[in-house]
Design a protein around this ligand. Structure first.
Ligand SMILES: Cc1cc2nc3c(=O)[nH]c(=O)nc-3n(C[C@H](O)[C@H](O)[C@H](O)COP(=O)(O)O)c2cc1C
Length: 222
């Protein structure tokens, strides 16, 4: 009998409790929890279901130390039991890869022959025309960060704290962790159990400061 892992924190509480943890206990994350967090985070949406995110899970202390050196010596990188190097893979535009997404959809019964043919012509056009982005890196980053956002909230719902980080030297991380040229590092994500109280909550702008009604800048009222 398999026992299904259930989150311990409800969605609203997980969102409100999630904070960027700057220090972590050495306590490991149970493998079953990690597996469920990863599995659920991969339910993030992506254009044509291309799923361009890739993650390198760094757990060995020696490698965390190496990563910390590429991340302006941020202590959470060396301390957290797991640090993800969250990447976007620009090779998803390659023909073989598109075929693998089509195959996946066929296995699920979600892609028929007509839709497969549509994907074979529309996806290369998307990357050629770039009507909604300027560089492919922006497109892969758009998707990878969505998956990271999913991952952070899911982790919190299982009581696992996280810290997303852009404080790293990309070229150094790529070199040290054998990341191919066509793969970009979008962020690092430390995961584990916070060792110290979080910094004072910095607040968020109000809904009417960031939402507009119908046209940019037009006052929004509910
Ligand atoms: C893309 C991204 C990059 C960040 N980079 C760092 C970082 O390098 N180091 C760090 O300590 N915090 C980093 N943060 C955490 C932010 O400082 C933090 O999310 C923000 O101050 C709001 O605080 P909260 O997440 O605790 O609500 C980053 C957050 C994001 C989303």
């Amino acid at each position: 009998m398999t026992i299904e892992m259930q989150p311990t924190v409800n969605l609203k509480a997980a969102i409100e409790q999630r904070r960027a943890a700057r220090s972590f206990l050495a306590d490991p994350i149970p493998e079953a929890v990690l597996e469920e967090v990863f599995r659920l985070s991969l339910r993030a949406p992506s254009g044509y279901n291309l799923q361009p995110w890739r993650f390198v899970a760094v757990r060995e202390q020696e490698n965390k130390d190496k990563l910390q050196a590429c991340a302006f010596n941020q202590r959470q990188v060396g301390e957290a039991p797991v640090v993800l190097i969250c990447c976007g893979d620009r090779r998803v535009q390659e023909k073989d890869y598109i075929e693998s997404v089509i195959q996946l959809g066929k296995e699920q019964g979600a892609v028929n022959q007509d839709y497969a043919n549509h994907m074979r012509s529309a996806i290369p056009q998307l990357f050629e025309n770039k009507t909604s982005f300027e560089a492919l890196e922006a497109w892969t980053n758009r998707h990878t960060m969505l998956a990271v956002a999913h991952l952070m909230i899911v982790a919190q719902s299982f009581g696992v704290d996280t810290c997303p980080m852009e404080g790293f030297a990309s070229a150094q991380v790529k070199e040290a962790f054998n990341i191919p040229a066509e793969v970009d590092v979008c962020c690092l994500l430390a995961m584990g159990y916070a060792a110290e109280p979080f910094k004072q909550y910095g607040g968020r702008f109000a809904i009417d400061q960031v939402f507009s009604a119908e046209s940019f800048g037009e006052s929004f009222k509910l």
